[in-house]
Design a protein around this ligand. Structure first.
Ligand code: GLA
Length: 731
C-alpha cells in the first residue's frame, strides 16, 4: 500500500496489490480524475488526456489553452458554474448572495492510518499500518473557503474510502445547499448500473440496466435510507457476471437521506456521485468552522459481483462493525412478534419460552407491546415503562425466567417515535418533528420525535437507562417504523435545512452513548424490517432484521439482494408460521429452515402450536445450524444461481478460510415438468483437495466440483423444495 505524489507530472497515485487510484493536477490547478481500477505499476502521465477545442465548451478565463474546458475533463470533485455543465458535487451560497465559486488545488498531506470523522459512523483501522490517507486541499481564494478531499487506502482491500470537508475561512457564514461525499468520472459509458430498489417487505431487489445519456438518480427523500433504495450503486461492465468481470461499487456510510447521480455526458463519459441528498439539506458553516460529509466505501473488483460483495463483507466485518460481537457466533433467537403480536400475557410468554428452551433456542426477544398501555399500534410510544396488566411480575422477573431457562433476554424499543396517546406527548407535544405552524402527518399512527434536539434524546436515553439498569438485558432490537415527513423544526431556532442532518447526528450521538455504556448488549437494527439497513447503522449495530417479509420464497430474493453489500452475519432470518402472514404462502418447515439458516437463524412463530414432528424438525435445524453457523456467518459467501433470473431456482454457498469445509444451499420455488438437469459448478474450493458430498457420500477433487460441477436437484419434486449439501475435505 502506498500513496505517492510525482512532482514532475503532478499525479497522485494511491495503490495496493489490488487497486490503483490516480488524480492529477491539471491546467489552472484544477483537479482531474485519472484512474480507478486494477493495480497499475505506473502512474499515468500528466497531460495524456486530450485537450481538444470543442465548441460550446467554456474555457476558464485565464486558461492557457483554449481547448481546456471543465466540461469535458474527467474531474475529481466537480465544481459549480465554471463551464462544467454536468452534475456538480456541491453548491455553496455566499453571504453576498453569490454562488459561483472556483476551487483550485492548494496542497496535500499524506497521513499514516485513517483520521477520525467527528460524530459520524466510519470505517476504522486497528493500527496505523493498515491504511494511509491522502488529503487534498482545494481553495476558493476569493470566497475564502476550502474543500478538503480525503481518501484512505487500506493495505488489503480493493477499496478506497472517501469523504469531503468544507472549511469556512471567511469572516461570514457560508451556506451549503449541496455537499456530496464523492464524485468521480469514468472515460466511457460502457456500463450497466446495478442498484438495490424495493419497498416494505420487498427490500433490495437487484436491478440492472444499461446506462444511457442523461442523469439517473437513486435516492431517498424519506428522512432515512429507506426500504425503497439502498445507498449503494455499482457500475459493471455489461459482460460482468457473478463470477467474473469488472465492477465498481459505491456505498454511503449514512442513515439519512442520500442521493447518487449517474450521469452520461455528451462525450459518453460517466460521472458517479454519492452523498447526502440536497432535498432537505441546507447547512450553515459558521466563520472558522467546518462541515464534514459522511464517508463512501468505493470498491473495485475484477472478479464479478461476488468479488465485490466479498470485499464489502470482509471490509465491514473487519473495519466497520465495531461491536464486541463482530466475530462472535450469533445466538439462535425466538421473537414473539408473529407468535403473539400485541396479544400476550406472562403465561403465554412463559409457554413460548419453555418450548424455545427445549428446542435449543438461545435468546428470547420480547417484541412490541410490553410498555405503556400498548395493546395496538395507536398508543404509548415514548412511555418506556412496563405494561403491568400484561406483565404483572415486571420485566426483571421475565428476564430472570428466561435466564433460568439458560437463554438470553432481549427487548424491543422504538426510541425515535411518539404516539399521540402517550404521557410523553401529553407533556411535550412540541417534541414532534414537524414544520412551524403546520400539522405533522401520522404514519402507523405515530409521529417521529425531533432527535435533532438534545433534550428530546436525553429524555428517551434516561428512560432506556432506567430499564437497562433494572433489568438484565442481553439484546436490543431498535426499531423505526415510519418515514419522515414535514421535516423541520416546530419549536427551535434551527433552520429547517439543518434539522434532518442534525437529527441523524443526534441519533448517532445517542447510539454512541448507549453502545459505550452497555458494551455487552447485542444490538439489532430494524425499520419495519430492512428500511434502515445501511452501513451507518451497521457501525453501531452488528445485526439487522432483514425484512418483515418472513416468507421463505420471498426471502430468497431479499437475502440474495441484501448479500450484494451486507455481510451474512448482519442478516436476521427467521422461520415463521405457515401459511405465511405476509403473503399467505405455505412452505414446508424444511425449506423455511433452509432459507433462514442462510442468515442469522431465528424463529418467529408460536412454537407451542407446532406438531410433535415439526418440533423435532426445529430441534434438528437448530442443532445443525449451531454446528455450521461459524461457516455461515463468517465464511466466504458466494451467490451461484440468482432467484431474479426467473428460472424459479436459487443457490448459494459458504466456504471456510482454509477451504476445508463448505455448505451449499439449493432452492426450487416452482417445479417444471421434465425439467433440465442443472449441473451446478461450485466456487472457491481448493482444486487439489478432495471433498466428500453429504447427499451422496461421493468424493471429488475440488477442481471437479468447480469446473465440471455436480448434479443435485434432479430428484426434487414439487414447488418449494430445497437441499443443503455439506462439502467436507477428506484427507
Ligand atoms: C416492525 C418490525 C417487526 C415488529 C413490529 C412491531 O414492523 O419490523 O419485526 O417488531 O415493528 O411493531
Amino acid at each position: 500500500m502506498n500513496i505517492y505524489f510525482d512532482e514532475n507530472t503532478s499525479v497522485f497515485h494511491l495503490s495496493n496489490s489490488k487497486i490503483s487510484y490516480q488524480i492529477s493536477i491539471e491546467e489552472q490547478k484544477y483537479l482531474a480524475h485519472r484512474y480507478f481500477g486494477k493495480n497499475l505499476k505506473q502512474h499515468t502521465f500528466k497531460g495524456d488526456y486530450p485537450v481538444v477545442y470543442r465548441s460550446f465548451g467554456p474555457n476558464p478565463i485565464d486558461a492557457q489553452q483554449a481547448g481546456f474546458s471543465l466540461n469535458n475533463q474527467l474531474l475529481e470533485y466537480s465544481g459549480n458554474d465554471n463551464g462544467d455543465f454536468r452534475e456538480s458535487s456541491f453548491q455553496i451560497n455566499f453571504s453576498d448572495g453569490s454562488y459561483v465559486s472556483q476551487f483550485r488545488y492548494k496542497g496535500f498531506e499524506i497521513l499514516e492510518g485513517k483520521p477520525e470523522l467527528k460524530g459520524l459512523p466510519q470505517s476504522f483501522t486497528n493500527s496505523d499500518n493498515e491504511a494511509k490517507t491522502l488529503k487534498i486541499t482545494l481553495e476558493d481564494t476569493r470566497n475564502k473557503v476550502q474543500i478538503i478531499l480525503i481518501y484512505t487506502i487500506f493495505s488489503d482491500y480493493g477499496i478506497i474510502v472517501r469523504s469531503t470537508v468544507f472549511k469556512n475561512l471567511n469572516h461570514e457564514s457560508v451556506f451549503l445547499d449541496k455537499a456530496l461525499s464523492m464524485s468521480m468520472d469514468f472515460p466511457h459509458s460502457n456500463f450497466d448500473l446495478i442498484q438495490l430498489s424495493g419497498s416494505w417487505a420487498r427490500e433490495r431487489e437487484m436491478i440492472r440496466h444499461k446506462i444511457n445519456r442523461g442523469v439517473t438518480k437513486v435516492d431517498s427523500k424519506r428522512g432515512t435510507t429507506s426500504h425503497n433504495y439502498q445507498p449503494f450503486v455499482a457500475l459493471a461492465d455489461p459482460n460482468t457476471t457473478e463470477h467474473k468481470g469488472e465492477v465498481f461499487g459505491v456505498h454511503l456510510v449514512y442513515t439519512g437521506e442520500f442521493v447518487s447521480n449517474i450521469e452520461v455526458d455528451e462525450y459518453n463519459q460517466t460521472r458517479i456521485q454519492m452523498g447526502i441528498n440536497p432535498a432537505h439539506f441546507n447547512w450553515e458553516v459558521l466563520s472558522g468552522e467546518e462541515f464534514q460529509t459522511p464517508e463512501t466505501v468505493m470498491v473495485y473488483s475484477p472478479d464479478g459481483l461476488n468479488g465485490m460483495s466479498q470485499e464489502y463483507h470482509r471490509f465491514y466485518q473487519n473495519q466497520l462493525i465495531r461491536s464486541k460481537y463482530t466475530k462472535e457466533e450469533r445466538p439462535v433467537l425466538i421473537n414473539n412478534w408473529e407468535a403473539t403480536y400485541f396479544d400476550f400475557k406472562e403465561e403465554k410468554l412463559h409457554a413460548l419460552i419453555d418450548e424455545a428452551a427445549v428446542s435449543g433456542v438461545e435468546l428470547f426477544v420480547l417484541d412490541d407491546g410490553w410498555f405503556g398501555k400498548r395493546d395496538d399500534d395507536r398508543t404509548s410510544l415514548g412511555d418506556w415503562k412496563v405494561y403491568e396488566e400484561k406483565l404483572p411480575s415486571g420485566l426483571k422477573a421475565l428476564s430472570d425466567y428466561v435466564h433460568e431457562k439458560g437463554m438470553k433476554f432481549g427487548l424491543w424499543f422504538e426510541p425515535e417515535m411518539i404516539s399521540e396517546d402517550s404521557d410523553l406527548y401529553r407533556s411535550h407535544p412540541d417534541w414532534v418533528l414537524g414544520a412551524k405552524n403546520r400539522q405533522s402527518s401520522v404514519s402507523r399512527n405515530q409521529f417521529v420525535l425531533d432527535f435533532s434536539r438534545p433534550e428530546v434524546r436525553e429524555n428517551i436515553l434516561e428512560q432506556m437507562r432506567k430499564v437497562l439498569d433494572e433489568v438484565p438485558i442481553d439484546y436490543i432490537k431498535w426499531d423505526f417504523n415510519r418515514n419522515m415527513s414535514e421535516i423541520g423544526s416546530r419549536n427551535s431556532s434551527v433552520r429547517d435545512g439543518e434539522i434532518l442532518h442534525r437529527y441523524i447526528l443526534g441519533l448517532y450521538d445517542m447510539l454512541e452513548t448507549l453502545v459505550t455504556e452497555y458494551p455487552d448488549i447485542l444490538w439489532e437494527s430494524c425499520s419495519g424490517g430492512g428500511g434502515r439497513y445501511d452501513p451507518g447503522m451497521l457501525y453501531y449495530m452488528p445485526q439487522t432484521w432483514t425484512s418483515d417479509n418472513t416468507d421463505a420464497a420471498s426471502r430468497l430474493d431479499i437475502q440474495y439482494g441484501t448479500s450484494l453489500v451486507m455481510p451474512i452475519s448482519s442478516m436476521g432470518a427467521h422461520v415463521s408460521a405457515t401459511p405465511n402472514h405476509q403473503v399467505g404462502r405455505s412452505i414446508s418447515m424444511e425449506m423455511r429452515g433452509h432459507a433462514a439458516m442462510a442468515g442469522n437463524l431465528g424463529y418467529e412463530l408460536d412454537l407451542t402450536e407446532l406438531s410433535a414432528d415439526e418440533k423435532e424438525q426445529v430441534k434438528t435445524q437448530i442443532e445443525w445450524y449451531k454446528k455450521h453457523r461459524k461457516l455461515i456467518q463468517y465464511g466466504e459467501f458466494t451467490r451461484l444461481i440468482s432467484p431474479f433470473d426467473k428460472n424459479h431456482k436459487a443457490a448459494w454457498m459458504f466456504t471456510n478460510e482454509s477451504k476445508s469445509q463448505a455448505v451449499l444451499f439449493f432452492y426450487q420455488t416452482m417445479a417444471r415438468a421434465n425439467d433440465s438437469f442443472d449441473q451446478i459448478r461450485l466456487v472457491g474450493l481448493d482444486s487439489d483437495k478432495q471433498y466428500k458430498l453429504s447427499h451422496t457420500g461421493e468424493v471429488y477433487y475440488g477442481d471437479e466440483l468447480m469446473y465440471r460441477g455436480v448434479y443435485i436437484n434432479h430428484d426434487l419434486h414439487g414447488d418449494y423444495q430445497s437441499k443443503v449439501i455439506e462439502i467436507n475435505e477428506v484427507k
